[in-house]
Design a protein around this ligand. Sequence first.
Ligand code: ZN
Length: 198
Amino acid sequence: MNGYIPPLARLIDEFAAMPGVGRRSAARMAFYVLKMTDSQANSLAGAIIDAKKKIKYCSVCCNLTDTDPCAICTGARRDRSVICVVENARDVIALENTNEYKGLYHVLHGVISPMDGIGPEDIRIRELLKRITDEVDEVIIATNPTIEGEATAMYISKLLRPLSVKVTRIAHGLPMGGDLEYADEVTLTKAMEGRQEI
Ligand code: ZN
């Protein structure tokens, strides 16, 4: 494509397939790689292979981890009576950075989105239901304030209702259509504090 020699075209294609990377940026990254020393290039390739090999889903909360169960699920100081349900692993990091929430998490890895062909069975809802024992008093649903996030929250709350556990939804300090992972810590803490039963 575009007159690039095949190994370079392949590298540009790989970078361009990443989220938020256009072809122009992909080409810049590829040329940057070509300027690297062999040891720098090996280190980059090794980091990709190492991350893929070592990082798995926690068998309890489905968060990304290199130990199973993950450090949060096994943490001695975590409050095991609360589970906060989030869309992705980046949301866990955002909430952990507030230093306020001390409960457990459950990572759905997506939201229900019929338009994109994503149904309830395509995200980690089944795994969440299995975790609702007598030990759990509250499930906080912290999906993003988008149409899909709201629909997913309602769907999960309906499933949890017969299980006699309190279900809450984080407050809308977050702008509609907003994204949890980009919210600042104060907004996120306020959203958690202002959660309401649904
Ligand atoms: Zn875990």
